[in-house]
Design a protein around this ligand. Structure first.
Ligand code: SF4
Length: 98
């Protein structure tokens, strides 16, 4: 015997299930992604301290920030090291500009 009428008990159960899925599915799908994206963004923006890379404001022989691939001349900053960077400076991360 088929009964097309939904009992109040089944209706309550369906509404409860729909509510749970409407919360769980977005959190599962997007919650982890946003956490991962935030972590990646935080890691990408975090630079090393000048002290940790033995930064100095004078060159090391021929090696200096202005000839390093990580130096950003426009802002006198570095892609890897925090703070203001002198074009004449140097640190242990120096890498020849291509
Ligand atoms: S990595 Fe070091 S040497 Fe290169 S620009 Fe940055 S501070 Fe200067």
């Amino acid at each position: 015997m088929m009964n097309d009428e939904i009992t109040p008990r089944r209706l309550v159960l369906r509404v409860a299930l729909a509510s749970v899925f409407s919360l769980v599915v977005p959190i599962t799908l997007f919650g982890a992604r946003s956490t991962g994206a935030n972590s990646a963004a935080a890691a990408a923006t975090k630079k090393l301290t000048q002290a940790s890379v033995q930064y100095q404001t004078k060159p090391k022989g021929e090696k200096m920030c202005s000839s390093c691939m990580n130096f950003i001349a426009e802002s006198k900053t570095c892609k890897l090291v925090d703070g203001s960077i002198s074009p004449d400076g140097w640190c242990i991360l120096w890498a020849k500009k291509a």
